[in-house]
Design a binder for this molecule. Structure first.
Ligand code: SF4
Length: 247
């Protein structure tokens, strides 16, 4: 593992105008602590240099206008992989730009830290929504093939501390029925679902073009107008990301 350096080609701020309009920032933290998912090299966007991360993140956060009073903060890992100065800056920006709702990402293994996160932001009048990457509710597939690191097969138990989930589709072995089932399970247990379509990267698991076609023709049409479902055919569809083979 090493810190990659394509930062000039990384877009780290964007505005999502459709479905739950919000500003979104891609910040840099100390890196995902799990790093074992067999489909992901997204976690390569990290640095152990906290001061450098803060300098970078501070510049990115300056873009925020507060136009929708809603902000999504993503980083390659969990929110708790961001340094303290960056978290303090996010709170400052929330106050200055009248942000009332903020979204973070968190791995299942870090869920014990969510309660404090919610309390910290509630103290300044900001509601926190936390998103987890579940990828699929088929626990055997998820843990034996994807190595996601979620040690329960119960959707309600997974959802207990979270508001939103990411699902990964376009994988070998998935079917129209399994993809529909995953989205329906997600909608039953979470406020919102984000479907990411697998893209080729440096990891062993590769997309299956036939499954992606099935998703596009048989699954997506049922959900593309659903305000609770985001569909990312490409990992840069939210306008952030770039040259890191992000998932
Ligand atoms: S998908 Fe998330 S949890 Fe898994 S290795 Fe990538 S960054 Fe880490």
């Amino acid at each position: 593992m090493q810190t990659i350096q394509p930062q000039a080609q990384m877009v780290r701020y964007s505005i999502i105008t459709q479905k739950n309009p919000r500003e979104i920032v891609l910040l840099r933290g100390s890196g995902c602590k799990w790093r074992r998912c067999r489909f992901c090299d997204y976690h390569l966007d990290y640095s152990k240099d906290e001061a450098a991360n803060f300098m970078l993140n501070q510049q990115v956060l300056k873009n925020i206008t507060g136009r929708y009073h809603c902000l999504e903060v993503i980083n390659s890992g969990s929110f708790c992989d961001l340094d303290h100065a960056t978290m303090a800056e996010i709170k400052t920006i929330c106050r200055a730009k009248n942000i009332t709702q903020i979204h973070f990402e968190c791995h299942f293994r870090d869920r014990a830290k969510i309660k404090t996160l919610r309390a910290d932001f509630a103290a300044i009048g900001v509601t926190v929504k936390v998103k987890i990457g579940v990828e699929t509710f088929d626990a055997l597939f998820r843990e034996s093939y994807l190595e996601k690191g979620i040690d329960t097969d119960c959707p309600a138990a997974i959802a207990k501390d979270f508001n939103e989930c990411c699902l990964l589709m376009g994988l070998p072995g998935q079917t129209i029925a399994s993809m529909r089932s995953d989205i329906e399970t997600g909608l039953s247990h979470f406020e919102r679902v984000c479907v990411n379509i697998m893209e080729r990267n440096s990891k062993p698991i590769q997309p299956d073009p036939a499954v992606i076609t099935q998703f596009q023709t048989e699954v997506a049409p049922n959900y593309q107008n659903n305000p609770r479902v985001d569909i990312l055919m490409h990992n840069t569809d939210f306008g952030v990301g770039g040259n890191t083979h992000a998932k």
